[in-house]
Design a protein around this ligand. Structure first.
Ligand code: BGP
Length: 469
């Protein structure tokens, strides 16, 4: 496959505060739920983001590397507790100054910042009050967003309210591998709802300021596919799509929940008394300007057979042979295609999913601008005897996904940017540091030295060769 993307396309990489910043208690930062969890007894593996890739102290070096790598954008997130360290709501000037410096560095290096306000790390005090499950969550989140919009205004051209609300909710309230480590389907549904409301309330604050910036949400659309075309499989596919995607993207883009969602939830025994008409009104009037899509793989589903509702991630790596997946009682469960390759964390490698996803968005939502806000390949890796990291497998992965992306843009999809996950190696939630995604290697044993991998140079050349003049 050949082809180029249109001029002005954003090419970059992505990261998140807890995973790359470090400096967990520096500069007046308050404690987050991830600090609390990683320092507590439930963190059985013992890894923390206390230092991570030390972006907090080395952002200048990292941003310079991005420029040299031909990037024109960077996606990163703001740590809520760096801006508002405690419940008083008092702004931390050192936290604001840190992000102002990062933004300045981006500007001076021709890097457009794409900034996420919530990438999994909420204040520990809020977590102690029930976190996402507490109905006050959406108001607290909107208050924090208002501060960020006021402090940074048009310095940030692309704001993302929330990263992967449902994935976060499934891990936190279904699998229980993320804090607060709960398994409760009723609470899960309420959390997903609260996050939809939180997104809309944040957008309401954004609109009040009449900024020239744009605001979006980042979702991970696993395009839901089936291996058999029967009525039962098609029902499972629709239910999978509701569960995986539509209860985030429909309200964010169309301003309303899918019509079949609430009846199906009630049929499954969920008490929906937390749904409030005033929330639905806020959702209806506060929709996004663009959609961020994290794209790793598709979701293959089949009709429900047995088992309780759960999500089975693979935080073990090569030692775990079962495929990551879902069971949603009465709705659907994960299917497996034995013929496709899987990575060491049992995730299916299926490059065409980016094309299918972009085509699906075009069909369901028309021309809404889309950014692929994450796409990447996890590997166990270390430098060879020459000190080089030859990640040919990652290059193959990125190349194949990008070819499908270019094809989708050439066929009329409004995709405007692409971010490889991740900028440097960083903390992988629960997995720790052996699971690497970066285009830049971090030598954790030698002062966090940065070593651009082969994929970093490959990406630089790919950008040059595949962008229209
Ligand atoms: C996405 C998250 C990222 C990142 C990535 C890889 O879901 O938005 O923060 O972690 O997945 O996930 P993992 O590190 O679990 O492999």
């Amino acid at each position: 496959m050949d082809g180029k993307v249109k001029k002005g396309f954003l090419w970059g990489t992505a990261s998140a505060a807890y995973q790359c910043e470090g400096g967990w208690n520096e500069g007046g930062k308050g404690e987050s739920n991830w600090d609390q969890f990683c320092h507590g007894p439930k963190n059985v593996k013992g890894y923390t983001g206390d230092v991570a890739a030390d972006f907090y102290h080395r952002y200048k070096e990292d941003i310079r590397l991005l420029k040299e790598g031909g990037h024109n954008t960077l996606r990163f997130s703001i740590s809520w507790t760096r801006i508002l360290p405690d419940q008083s709501g008092k702004v931390n000037p050192e936290g604001v100054a840190f992000y102002k410096d990062v933004l300045k560095e981006c500007r001076e290096n021709g890097i457009t910042p794409n900034v996420t306000l919530l990438h999994y790390d909420i204040p520990a005090w809020l977590e102690d009050l029930g976190g996402y499950a507490n109905p006050i969550f959406s108001d607290e989140f909107a208050k924090y967003c208002k501060v960020v919009f006021e402090q940074f205004g048009n310095e940030i051209p692309l704001y993302v309210t929330i990263n992967e609300s449902t994935h976060n909710a499934y891990c936190s309230y279904l699998t229980g591998n993320y804090p607060p480590n709960i398994h409760n389907v009723q609470t899960l549904v309420q959390v997903c709802y609260n996050l939809v409301v939180a997104n809309a309330k944040a957008i309401r604050e954004f609109r009040k300021l009449n900024l020239t910036s744009q605001v979006g949400i980042v979702h991970t659309t696993n395009t839901v596919q089936i291996l058999k075309d029967t009525p039962e499989y098609r029902i499972a596919q629709r239910r999978g799509d509701l569960f995986k995607n539509k209860w985030v993207t429909d309200p964010a883009i169309l301003g309303k929940f899918p019509e079949d969602l609430f009846p199906l939830l009630e049929e499954s025994g969920i008490d929906l008394s937390f749904v409030k008409p005033e929330d639905l009104d806020i959702i209806a009037h506060n929709t996004i300007d663009f959609l961020g899509q994290n794209c790793y793989t598709r979701a293959l589903v089949k009709p429900y057979e047995s088992g309780e509702t759960n999500y089975y991630p693979n935080n073990v790596g090569a030692g775990q042979k079962t495929i990551e997946g879902y069971t949603v009682k009465g709705w659907f469960q994960t299917d497996v295609d034995p013929n496709t390759p899987k990575n060491a964390w049992s995730r299916e490698i299926y490059p065409k999913t980016v094309y299918d996803m972009l085509m699906g968005i075009k069909k369901d939502y028309g021309d809404i601008p889309v950014y692929i806000t994450e796409n990447g390949h996890a590997l166990y890796e270390e430098p060879d005897e020459n000190g080089e990291v030859n990640d040919d497998e990652r290059i193959e992965f990125l190349k194949s996904y990008l070819e499908w992306l270019i094809k989708a843009q050439n066929e009329g999809c409004n995709v405007k940017g692409y971010y490889a996950w991740s900028t440097t190696d960083c903390y992988s939630w629960i997995n720790g540091y052996q699971k690497r995604y970066g285009l830049i290697y971090i030598d954790y044993d030698h002062d966090l030295k940065r070593i651009p991998k082969k994929s970093y140079y490959w990406y630089r050349d790919f950008i040059k060769e595949h962008t229209e003049d």
